[in-house]
Design a protein around this ligand. Structure first.
Ligand code: HEM
Length: 522
């Protein structure tokens, strides 16, 4: 065998090393020049923001993966103002006018459409209501789904909400009576219980079968997997900014994980099939999908695969959000005893005569302080703290008076707006009084100048929250029943009390225990 001499080895290595060094140098120089271009010559170069974020997408992706993005934006807005460049080609707004400018449609002007980076459908699946970008396609789906979400439909669905709110009370009663309770008082993490309730409600309303979380006192495996995959979904979203990385990431997904994802979807397909096979009339959300005497889509309001994927996404859109708001409200209530006492009094006084059976969506409408508590909870613990990007239409567009080139992704920082001291008196405090009539009528009220119109937890325009009536109904009924039945207190160990500001965001708001003390009402 011919042996390589030292000189030969050097002779073969040298060109390879030179090639690698040259390629690296080209890449680094290109990146450097690109960063210089981004900072000084890009069409967005006059938009305020930190240079490092303007130069490359890396700081944005880092913050997204760390879960600190919403808080980072808040700090940056404080430093640079309400219009902020957060990546070479992207701008975000912490200005209430952005809701209308970005999300409302105006006759004669081209709408800002959802950014495909964030709203990409799953490979092999059809569009869902949430992922559909084309306005006509979306409008067709939304029109088909709307009958299941009207106030009239909600009235008929009220019985299902009661059923699970009552089951929640029953389970918590058992906890308060258990051996773990001391003098009838128990301390527990209330967040899973709120999630159990909202997921069970949607299971029943959407598929005619509850997820049975409350019955079994644990997460249904489908929901457990959903929560586990949220952080991974943030990685997938980040990879979309680098198509080669997304390609590599997709190639690396092990077959077992792909199978798990497929099975997860299949469980929903099976639930939809079972529900559609019931011949019975039920005033639920799925019933609006069934059209009698209509040959189109085999008698369904939408093609079956669109129903499957839309209902899968509705489970999260409709349950996790509402549970987050409820968790936030319970957390603030237990840590603000005067507010808790006032809202508890309101509920207990209202139903003093008739008792708990009088609690209904109609009777709760008149409880002004309860509504104020929920609204204040939606302000401080908004379940969608960052309204994900839309794209400026071709030809350019104007947001909050700033002209932007076509194709620019633009988003809204709800979390920052909702806590902006320029918009709210004592912006970081939980003060439901700011939502009472006095606050807007009485000039001497400290809340008189609050920018109440700035709160848009369900957003505006044709893509606003379809389920907001249902969300309000769930929040009202669940809170009223909890306040009627239990005395709540903060956790005895102050170090275990949750500060909402500490929660990170991985597309959804992070779930950390919300410990509360509870005792059955005497
Ligand atoms: C407190 C609870 C909730 C909050 C704060 C909330 C908030 C939102 C927000 C901000 C959006 C717009 C997102 C965007 O376009 O980027 C949205 C969309 C949506 N929400 Fe909710 N939501 C809640 C509960 C619900 C419930 C209970 C349902 C139904 C079961 C629901 C169904 C939907 C649907 C279907 C959309 C998409 C509408 C469309 O694209 O046409 N949400 N929600």
């Amino acid at each position: 065998m011919q042996r390589l001499r030292c000189g030969d080895k050097f002779a073969t290595m040298a060109p390879t090393t030179t090639l690698i060094t040259t390629s690296l140098l080209i890449v680094v120089t290109y990146q450097f020049l690109h960063a210089i271009y981004n900072v000084y010559f890009h069409p967005l170069s006059r938009i305020p923001g930190p240079r490092s974020w303007a130069a490359s997408r890396i700081p944005f992706v880092r913050a997204l993966l760390k879960g600190t993005i919403v808080h980072d934006f808040q700090k940056l807005h404080k430093q640079y103002g309400p219009v902020l460049r957060i990546a070479p080609d992207e701008v975000t707004f912490a200005d209430p006018d952005a809701y209308n400018d970005i999300l409302q449609t105006r006759s004669g002007s081209t709408p800002f459409l959802k950014d495909h980076i964030w709203w990409n459908r799953q490979p092999g699946q059809p569009e869902s209501l949430l992922s559909a970008i084309d306005p006509d396609y979306h409008a067709r789906m939304r029109k088909a789904l709307t009958p299941g979400f009207t106030p009239r439909a909600l009235k008929a669905q009220e019985q299902f909400i009661h059923r699970y709110a009552d089951l929640l009370v029953e389970r918590l009663r058992e906890k308060a009576a258990s051996s773990k309770a001391e003098n009838g008082r128990v301390e527990l993490d209330i967040w899973p219980w709120l999630n159990f309730t909202t997921f069970d409600i949607f299971g029943d309303l959407g598929f005619g079968e509850s997820f049975n979380c409350l019955q079994d006192s644990k997460y249904h495996p489908w929901i457990a997997l959903l929560f586990k995959s949220v952080e991974a979904a943030t990685w997938v979203a980040s990879a979309r900014f680098y198509p080669w990385l997304e390609w590599a990431l997709m190639k690396c997904i092990p077959p077992s994980l792909k199978k798990m994802q497929k099975d997860h979807y299949q469980q929903i397909v099976d639930k939809v099939r079972r529900r559609l096979n019931y011949e019975m009339e039920r005033p639920d959300i799925m019933s609006s999908m069934i059209r009698k005497n209509d040959g189109e889509n085999d008698g369904l309001a939408l093609p079956l695969d669109e129903i499957n994927v839309t209902f899968m996404i509705l489970v999260t859109a409709g349950s996790e959000t509402t549970a987050t708001a409820l968790g936030g409200i319970m957390n603030y209530l237990t840590q603000n005893p005067e507010v808790l006492e006032r809202v508890q009094d309101e509920v207990r006084q209202e139903f003093k005569q008739g008792g708990e059976s009088e609690i209904s969506l109609d009777s709760l409408q008149s409880l002004r302080y309860l509504s104020a508590v929920i609204t204040e909870g939606l302000r401080l613990c908004t379940p969608i703290p960052w309204v994900l990007p839309r794209r400026v239409p071709q030809g350019g567009g104007t947001v909050c008076g700033v002209r932007l080139p076509g194709g620019t992704p633009v988003s809204i920082q709800a979390y920052t707006i909702n806590r902006d001291p320029k918009l709210w008196h004592r912006s970081e405090s939980f003060l439901p009084e700011r939502w009472l009539a006095d606050a807007s009528n009485d000039l001497s009220s400290p809340f008189f100048s609050d920018a109440r119109h700035a709160l848009q937890p369900f957003t505006v325009g044709p893509r606003n929250c379809l389920g907001q009536n249902l969300a309000w109904a769930e929040m009202r009924l669940i809170l009223a029943k909890l306040l009627w039945n239990f005395e709540f207190t903060p956790h005895s160990d102050a170090s275990k009390r949750l500060q909402w500001e500490d929660l990170r965001t991985f597309l959804l708001v992070e779930k950390k225990p919300i410990y509360v003390g509870l005792r059955l009402r005497q």
